[in-house]
Design a binder for this molecule. Structure first.
Ligand code: UD1
Length: 340
């Protein structure tokens, strides 16, 4: 165990968190997981242990419980933190904004205060492309660069913007001290090839790919495609789907980048888009899914969904150049891993 760096992963049993934990172990890190299991189960920890081949330290703790979280810092020597834990349902956030502001922001405050107190200075923060809002309203912003003005259109997105701002303010307050990477994800899809971890939302999923998976398994009758009257190659909306395993590797790349800054005694707070850099229409994803599944699943075209926009594709040059990261997998790979 000695010599390995220890990463505290909040939300470590979640969809992106669990895939990142696997990549961290593969790259020689040790992890401590903190999760309140609000949207996941302790079975995930067991599956992760099977995958990485060793026991993983896990705390069932809510980040809003500062005393509980402090115990984690007191009992362990932590080198860096990756912060995923967050409420993340866009629609729900519009219905219960107070809960979203309280939980997401308090969690970040508690974490950062404890990091300061215990002198842990390296943090990778899970943000979202939702911070850009409707980038199609701004001329020349598709594909979306990190410099695109922010304009979240829902409370969930606003909490991400506030935490990003907090990180910048903290960095400015002591320019040499903190090393912050803000990762803005586009549409993560797919699963680890082992089939042991993956996206398992409780209830009816909102997102396209988990929804198709439930149609395939017979839980839902058919897919509804929200609009085929967009000005795109087949009329359906374009998104940037990035394989979750590629996304997970992006966290290791960001962590390495921050560690290098730390070695050079430099501070930083910077954002990187993590997407595939390629846009796919809903029908293209549908076709890729049916191909991987081996037969066509039923669908119908319905009206546009409220709040949807025509095209959200990432410009990923900054991550490719600075983090030395490049997505290796595509939508077809993601559908295949998911069907498995
Ligand atoms: C949503 C979130 C975003 C989050 C992302 C991935 C919003 C405004 N944004 O993005 O913050 O990062 O999920 O978790 O909600 N579609 C259908 N039928 C369906 C479901 C979706 O046609 O049953 C279409 C949508 O209209 C859209 C595309 O598929 O064009 C992707 O939708 P979805 O998976 O929900 O992701 P986003 O809305 O892009």
């Amino acid at each position: 165990m000695s010599g390995r760096k220890t990463v505290l992963v909040t939300g470590g049993t979640g969809y992106i968190g669990s895939h990142t934990v696997v990549e961290l172990y593969e790259n020689g890190y040790d992890c401590i997981l903190v999760d309140n299991l609000h949207n996941s189960s302790s079975q995930l920890v067991a599956n992760l242990e099977t995958l990485v081949g060793e026991p993983i330290k896990f705390y069932q703790t809510d980040l809003c419980d500062k005393k509980g979280l402090e115990q984690v810092f007191r009992e362990n020597r932590i080198d860096s933190v990756i912060h995923f834990a967050s409420l993340k349902a866009v629609g729900e956030s519009a219905k219960v904004p107070l809960r979203y502001y309280r939980k997401n922001i308090l969690a970040a405050l508690n974490l950062l205060e404890l990091m300061e107190q215990y002198e842990v200075k390296i943090l990778v923060f899970a943000s979202s492309a939702t911070v850009y809002g409707d980038a199609t309203k701004q001329p020349g912003m598709i594909p979306i660069p990190e410099t695109c003005p922010l304009g979240p259109t829902n409370p969930y997105g606003s909490t991400k913007v506030i935490i990003e701002k907090l990180l910048h303010d903290l960095h400015i307050s002591d320019e040499k001290l903190w090393k912050f990477a803000i990762l803005r994800y586009f549409n993560p899809i797919g699963a680890h090839p082992s089939g042991l971890i993956g996206e398992d939302p409780s209830g009816v999923p909102n997102n396209l790919v988990p929804y198709m998976a439930q149609v395939a398994s017979g839980k839902i009758e058919k897919l509804r495609i929200f609009g085929n009257d967009y000005d795109t190659r087949d009329g359906t909306a374009i998104r940037d789907y990035v394989h979750v395993v590629d996304l997970a590797k992006g966290h290791v790349a960001a962590l390495r980048y921050l560690e290098k800054k730390d070695d050079e005694n430099e501070g930083i707070c910077r954002e990187w888009n993590l997407g595939s850099g390629t846009g796919s229409t809903v029908l293209e994803v549908y076709n890729a899914f049916c191909k991987a599944y081996g037969k066509e699943i039923p669908y119908e075209i319905v009206g546009r969904r409220d709040g949807d926009v025509i095209n959200l594709t990432a410009k990923i040059d900054r991550a490719v150049k600075e983090l030395n990261w490049k997505p290796q997998l595509d939508v077809a790979d993601a559908c295949e891993s998911l069907c498995r």
